[in-house]
Structure formats: structure tokens, C-alpha cells
Design a protein around this ligand. Structure first.
Ligand code: WT7
Length: 635
């Protein structure tokens, strides 16, 4: 039986059992049969969660771009690797074959080399969703440079923090980016960021919007002439299995963003294998994931996973509502998309606009639908099932994280019966457990607890760049010998998992992971602000929105609260980006605190959610009287 492609439910169970009984054999066979290795491994896995130290396929040598590109050239060179669908539909789509991708990646790799980038150097990529973005990731991987993609919606401050944290030598960016009717001047954001980044030697600029830019002499260069002049031949750098492939930042509940480090072989094997099965990809299919490559979903399931399988992957530059709310469905019809993968927030936003936008298009090509990024509510699930899948396309509700590298809990389409709001069962080789607060595993069904994973999988992050101690504390210290996800989950009567949400101070807004601490830090920089606390509250479209409680240094009627609210959101936009703006800001005389001075977010969360029942015993607070005052003035 081929373990690589699961085709029915009994097969899933059979292979799942083998995968957890003998993980080494299981992951060895997958790696052995489906990838190109320059040298094989000495050991499939070695791990110690107490350190933590995790290694997969140690001793193996490979280059991931040979697996994602070169090996398809002989059999499939003319096949489309990437369909680029631009922001403006009138511009027309671009089909990039595997041969062309090979050429583009090699040229870009040679340009990076000619500017001194070598194996192990960090390159920051701050680009919109254009082909050069995918090409840049692969060009770095070709020469063994470590890419650090920063989502091109982040502000200059957020960008400079990330550049400095991983000491990037180079930044790849564009003059500007298109987002619906808007355009954003990315190069000027980079210029601002680099005022604080002495480590950056070179900036290479892709021209996209042709907005005027300034090029700093000796530092900034337009990339087009360099690519034209570069050779299209670039020998891949042969990497060790555990050499870092990329860094990707994700927010934590406290402190600065965490640079999650993913390494080469395990990440490749796991993203390729999950892509094949979660999307049941077969030859000839056109697959589309609407995420941005700036997030892990784009890394794993727009670029590496699909390309490792020789798939055709759609790369969309625009937004769901431009030129109108039918854009997604127009693209599905136009490119005959077979697998469509998006976030619940997008589904809710589109559902709100009515089915006219959907019914206008032929969606009969769709075989499988996917969702990711946050829990999907029942209503959105049914809207997706009824209107997009026409009840014929299974929905894969895929639970995973930046840290996990690939999908962890998911149905296998046409095998696992789906259940609305449930991510259902662990993927092959994944061993989830629920834990109680005392640190005991909760066995049996119809239970809930904190979601942990008790055995490593190939694409688990290996460390936090520059801070291994923080890696250990965040993920491996809450529960002994377990990877702690930060999520709560329940297991139903048949053993299906439903993710109930974060159990820490991370808030998922429109599928974006936001830590409260950096937002509070930004607000507190406002000269009038004394203190602040951010919590999430339910929002129809975003899933959660942000509610800020702010205390001012001087209270009194004289303050213009509306203006202050604008200024606070302006600071947040500058420090983090528009995605972290607050929906509601309540000014309050004080924040409820414990006797040890900790802000009682639990109470604030309930008030913001308009759930005044069960506020718990507030009498033990340092300042119980403020609670009523906050309730009386809730927005
Ligand atoms: C957090 C990770 C993994 C790609 C995108 C987000 C939440 C993710 C689901 C899902 C319920 C989900 C979790 C997780 N999440 N997928 N299918 N159902 N919750 O990556 O930014 O690292 O966020 O997103 O809370 O911990 P991320």
C-alpha cells in the first residue's frame, strides 16, 4: 500500500495507526520514495522536548528547490507552476511554467550571489503578492540563504524590528503594491525602516506600480536590469537536512515577535505530504490558496507544498472585493480551480454580500474547499458548503500554526466525514493530547482541555531565532515533554477535535495572530495615555475584533476623546500596521487589578463581549469599584 496518497477512511485509520506505532519507519518511507536526496540520512528522528532539541533526517543532503523545481523539468517542464492573477483583472493572468520558474529562480539566485549573499545569510523579503515574491523565496533556498518574509502590510517600525532581530543583510522589495483601488508605497516604508537598520547592505527593488522612488546610491538597485543580465544557470547549494530554510515572525502573548526557525528536510517532507493528502491533489488540478505568502499558510501551501508535488498553484495579488465581491468566484471560473483554500473571515465577509456575486459564475470545477486561521462558525461553514461547494465539495477545516509548519488536524477529503466547526482528526503521524491545568493528560472522549502534541513531526519549528530559551519556555515548559499549542480544544464522542480558541493573550483578528503586549506598548507611547489593556470581542466578520481599555494621565471632560481614539489608532498603525487597529476604545479611570497588580483581562474580556454574567468574585480585586464603572460605560 502506498502511504503517500490516502484514498479512504479505513486506509486513513490503518496508516494512522502505523504512523504512530512506528513513526521512524513511517516517515522514512515517505521521505525515501517521494523526494530527491543528494545523500540519505543516518537517522530519521532524534528528539528531546526537555531541551528542546529536534532533528529530522539528520545527515541527509538536499536542496529544496531541486525538489520543487528541477525534478519536474524532465517530465513536466511546460506545465504551469504558478498562475499569477493580478489585482486588476484587465491586466490578464500570467502562466509561469516549471521551466520558466527554473529560469527566474536561477537568475534571481545569481543576482543575490552577486551582491554577496551566501549560505546562512538572512534576506528580508518585503514584497506584494507578485511572482517575484515566490521567486525570491526559492532563490534564497537555491543558494542556502535564510529568507525572512515580512507581510507587506506591516509598518516600517514592525519591519525594522524584524530586520534587526535576524540581522538581515539584504531587503527585497518593490516600489509599491496594489490592493484593490489603493496602492501602497512599499519602498518608502522600507526607506523609513532602514534608518534604524545598520545591518542592511543592499536593497533590490522590483518595479510594480511605477510610483516614483528614491534609490540610495550604493545601497538600492532596481532588480530588472540585474535579472536581465544574470545567467539562468545556478547550481543549487547542497544543504544539510537541519540547515535553516527560513525565519517567519509570529506574535506572542508578550514581548517582541518570535522569529520561528524552520529547517530544510523535515519542512519539505511534511508540507509536501500534507499538501498531497489534505487537498487530494492529482495531476492536472489547479489549486488556489488565497493567503498571502507573508504568512505561514502562503509559505507552506502556495509555494513549497504545491511545488514539491509539481502542482499548479494560483498566486493572487488582489483583494476579495475588487472590482467587486465576485472576484474570487470569477477567478475560480476563469482558471477552473479545483481546490480552494481561504480563511473564515473572508467567507463571512463574502457571505454578507449575498449570493448574487456567487451565482454569476460557474464553480463546477471545485472539488475541495479548505479553511484555516481561526475557528469557523457554523453559519459560515454552511454558507461555504451550500453556495461554493454546492454540498458536493468536502470542507477541510485545517488547524495548524506558524510553529507547526504544516497542517496538523484536518479531515482527509472523501475519507473523513466532515462535521461543521470541527477540524476532526489528526493528520498522519500527529499525536494530539488534551491536558488539564494540573498537567495531566485527559483521556477519553467528550472532554476539553489544552491542546498539546506529544511526539515530534518533521516540520515542527526548531527554535526562535536568537532566543532558544524563549522557545523552550513558550512551547515546552507548560507541560512536561509536550509541545503546547496555546489553543484550547474539545474532543467529541467519536474523538473529533474542535479548536475552541487561544488560551493565552494572543487574539486572532481576521485570521491574523496578534499579541496584546506590542499593541499596548504602542498605545502607551501616546503622551496622554497612562495605561491600557487590549482584549478581543466577537465580531461578525473578523471573528474577533480588538477592544482597548485606556486610562489617561489626566482625566476630565476637556479631553477630546474622538480625537484621542484617532491618535491611538494612528500610533498602532505606525508601530504595527493597520491590522492591529482597535475597533473600540473605552476611556476609563482605572483598570481592574489583582492585589499583585496584574490586570484582570478575564473580566475585561467578558465586559467587552457584553457577557456580564459570571464575572466571578470581584471583591478580591485591588479596586473592585472600577468594574461597575467600566460596565456602566461599556461601548
Ligand atoms: C493559530 C495559529 C496556520 C495558518 C494560519 C494561522 C488558530 C488556525 C485554525 C482552525 C481554529 C485555528 C489557532 C492557532 N487557527 N487554524 N482551523 N480552527 N483555529 O497561523 O498565525 O500561527 O496562528 O490560529 O488559534 O493557534 P498562525
Amino acid at each position: 500500500m502506498s502511504n503517500y496518497h490516502i484514498k479512504n477512511f479505513p486506509e486513513y485509520f490503518h496508516i494512522y495507526r502505523n504512523s504512530v506505532r512506528n513513526p521512524e519507519l513511517f516517515w522514512e518511507e515517505i521521505a525515501e520514495e517521494h523526494f530527491l536526496w543528494r545523500e540519505k540520512w543516518n537517522k530519521v528522528v532524534s528528539w528531546d522536548f526537555s531541551k528542546p532539541e529536534i532533528k529530522w533526517y539528520e545527515g541527509a543532503k538536499l536542496n529544496i528547490t531541486e525538489n520543487c523545481i528541477d525534478r519536474h523539468l524532465y517530465t513536466n517542464g511546460d506545465k504551469t507552476a504558478i498562475i499569477f492573477e493580478p489585482n486588476n483583472p484587465d491586466e490578464g493572468a500570467l502562466h509561469i511554467s516549471y521551466k520558466e520558474l527554473h529560469e527566474r529562480v536561477n537568475k534571481m539566485a545569481n543576482v543575490l550571489k552577486s551582491y554577496g549573499i551566501k549560505k546562512g545569510d538572512r534576506v528580508c523579503i518585503y514584497l506584494p503578492m507578485i511572482p517575484e515574491l515566490a521567486v525570491s523565496l526559492l532563490a534564497c533556498a537555491r543558494i542556502g540563504a535564510i529568507h525572512s518574509v515580512v507581510f507587506a502590510g506591516f509598518s516600517s517600525t514592525a519591519l525594522s524590528t524584524r530586520i534587526n532581530d535576524s540581522d538581515c543583510k539584504m531587503v527585497l522589495t518593490s516600489d509599491g503594491s496594489y490592493r484593490g483601488t489603493k496602492s501602497i508605497e512599499l519602498k518608502s516604508i522600507v526607506d523609513e525602516a532602514l534608518e534604524n537598520c545598520p545591518c542592511v547592505e543592499t536593497v533590490l527593488v522590483v518595479e510594480r506600480t511605477n510610483t516614483p522612488i528614491t534609490l540610495k546610491s550604493g545601497r538600492d538597485f532596481l532588480i530588472a536590469p540585474l535579472l536581465d543580465a544574470a545567467s539562468n544557470d545556478c547550481e543549487p547549494e547542497i544543504m544539510d537536512a537541519e540547515d535553516p530554510l527560513f525565519i517567519l515572525y509570529t506574535s506572542g502573548s508578550t514581548g517582541k515577535p518570535k522569529g520561528m526557525v524552520h529547517t530544510t528536510a523535515g519542512y519539505m517532507v511534511y508540507t509536501a505530504y500534507t499538501f498531497k493528502n489534505v487537498f487530494q491533489y492529482i495531476k492536472g488540478d489547479v489549486y488556489w490558496c488565497t493567503a498571502d505568502i507573508g504568512w505561514i499558510t502562503g509559505h507552506s501551501y502556495i509555494v513549497y507544498g504545491p511545488l514539491a508535488n509539481g502542482a499548479t498553484t494560483v498566486l493572487f495579488e488582489g483583494v476579495p472585493n475588487y472590482p467587486n465581491y465576485g472576484r474570487f468566484w470569477e477567478i475560480v471560473e476563469k482558471h477552473k480551480v479545483n481546490q480552494f483554500y481561504t480563511a473564515p473571515t473572508a467567507i463571512r465577509a463574502l457571505a454578507k454580500e449575498g449570493v448574487e456575486f456567487v451565482d454569476h459564475y460557474d464553480l463546477s470545477s471545485i472539488k475541495i474547499l479548505g479553511t484555516v486561521g481561526e475557528p469557523i462558525n457554523e453559519e459560515a461553514w454552511h454558507w461555504y458548503d451550500d453556495n461554493i461547494g454546492k454540498k458536493k465539495a468536502p470542507i477541510v477545516d485545517t488547524w495548524w500554526q506558524t510553529e507547526t509548519g504544516g497542517v496538523m488536524i484536518t479531515p482527509i477529503p472523501f475519507s473523513t466525514p466532515t462535521k461543521p466547526t470541527y477540524a476532526t482528526l489528526p493528520f498522519l503521524g500527529i499525536q494530539p493530547v488534551l491536558m488539564d491545568d494540573a498537567g495531566n493528560e485527559i483521556t477519553g472522549n467528550q472532554v476539553d482541555g489544552k491542546l498539546c502534541i506529544k511526539y515530534p513531526w518533521p516540520s515542527i519549528a526548531r527554535t526562535i531565532w536568537g532566543d532558544h530559551q524563549r522557545f523552550k519556555e513558550t512551547y515546552f515548559s507548560t507541560f512536561k515533554n509536550m509541545y503546547f499549542t496555546g489553543d484550547g480544544a474539545l474532543r467529541d464522542e467519536v474523538g473529533y477535535y474542535r479548536i475552541t480558541g487561544r488560551v493565552d493573550d494572543v487574539i486572532i483578528v481576521s485570521g491574523h495572530n496578534l499579541g496584546t503586549a506590542p499593541i499596548e506598548d504602542a498605545i502607551n507611547e501616546h503622551p496622554a495615555v497612562s495605561e491600557s489593556a487590549i482584549v478581543g470581542f466577537p465580531h461578525d466578520i473578523k471573528g474577533n475584533a480588538l477592544y482597548g481599555y485606556v486610562t489617561l494621565k489626566e482625566t476630565g471632560e476637556s479631553r477630546d476623546h474622538d480625537n484621542l481614539r484617532k491618535e491611538i489608532n494612528q500610533i498602532i498603525t505606525e508601530q504595527i500596521g493597520p491590522i492591529a487597529k482597535l475597533d473600540k476604545i473605552q476611556f476609563t479611570d482605572a483598570l481592574p487589578k489583582t492585589r499583585s497588580g496584574k490586570i484582570m483581562r478575564r473580566i475585561l474580556r467578558k465586559i467587552a463581549s457584553n457577557d456580564m454574567s459570571n464575572l466571578g468574585d470581584t471583591s478580591t480585586l485591588l479596586n473592585p469599584e472600577v468594574v461597575q464603572d467600566i460596565i456602566d460605560n461599556v461601548l
